[in-house]
Design a protein. Sequence first.
Length: 211
Amino acid sequence: MTRAIRGEGLSRKRVLAAAFRLLDDSGLRIGSEQYLSRYGTRGLTTLRCQDVLCVDETITLQFIGKGGAQVHRRVHDAEVAAVIDELAGSWPRARLLAYEHDGRRVALHAADVNEYIRQNTADDITAKDFRTLHGTIVAARSLARTGRVESASERRRARHAAVLAAAEFLGNTPAVAQRSFIDPRIFRRYEQGVLLDLRRGAEGALRRLLE
């Protein structure tokens, strides 16, 4: 995948690899043609060139997401930024994630990216799993920053703040974030006084926390 991202041109393989990494970096919704046509809301695969700005190694995404929420993400990834900057050079309202084939641009769809994810991961996962990972990390970081507290009421407040932080990041309601996008084991570990190690990389620290 990294070799594909570092390649030349806007081949399907290179654009899919960049889409995978951007999804992993950002935790965005995959994007739905149905939501776009019905509500005008966007996700990763329905972004337009005008929804992105690349400056050096930073990708800034700003668009209207599900429910009409304003989504703002900033991703620092030099290799992906190089691909996205090249893609964004098309006309502003063109689809961002589109590869070149026989002299024309062909847009990627959610099914293309999900199939690529399945082919390049050990498990049968989809874009939703990336959002669960990000939601869980955001909530676990919130709990770690609060730290260990003594009373049950303080722990309840800490859990509530963690859910709110994840919901804000994901653009979901707190109820949906807690039910669908936060691994409940982090709350059990918190009750046991075990916190995410903020000094480690996020995914490695989360795996260690849940072991």
